[in-house]
Design a protein around this ligand. Sequence first.
Ligand code: HEM
Length: 136
Amino acid sequence: MGSETKVLSLEEVSQHDKKTDCWLIISGKVYDITPFLDDHPGGDEVLILATKKDATEDFEDVGHSQNARDMLKDYYVGDIDVNTLPTKGGSYKPPSSSGSGSKQASEGSSNTALMVVLPILILALAYALYYYANKA
Ligand code: HEM
């Protein structure tokens, strides 16, 4: 009996992106949900839209019931090779806009800085006044 887990690449899974052949990647696992397309309460369109990528977020965003989660195992075909998935978050670097032309950004951050520094200044001033008033 061979019960080895199949490890599939994103490329392989992406070939199954039709109503007649639909695979989804959810939480590191690959599911062939083709037989379920017509029965899905959310319709088949959303399922087709969730192919060719990690659909975990799409699946979780809906807040699927435990029943829906339990149904997944009936359609399990293997695991996704995570190295073939685009890295999330880590790959995005916000533009480091140092220098000219970032007036709006610097205005925003100086406002935040002011909100932190101003109360400290006021407290320091109040303390100084209190100190001198007591001394005199
Ligand atoms: C990532 C892709 C998916 C999306 C975007 C999605 C979307 C949705 C939406 C929008 C609903 C709500 C329908 C309504 O309010 O009328 C729904 C319900 C449901 N979906 Fe999905 N779905 C996805 C994948 C799946 C999968 C793979 C299964 C099971 C194999 C599943 C099972 C269910 C079930 C059973 C319901 C009924 C409500 C519940 O029990 O949570 N869905 N889905």
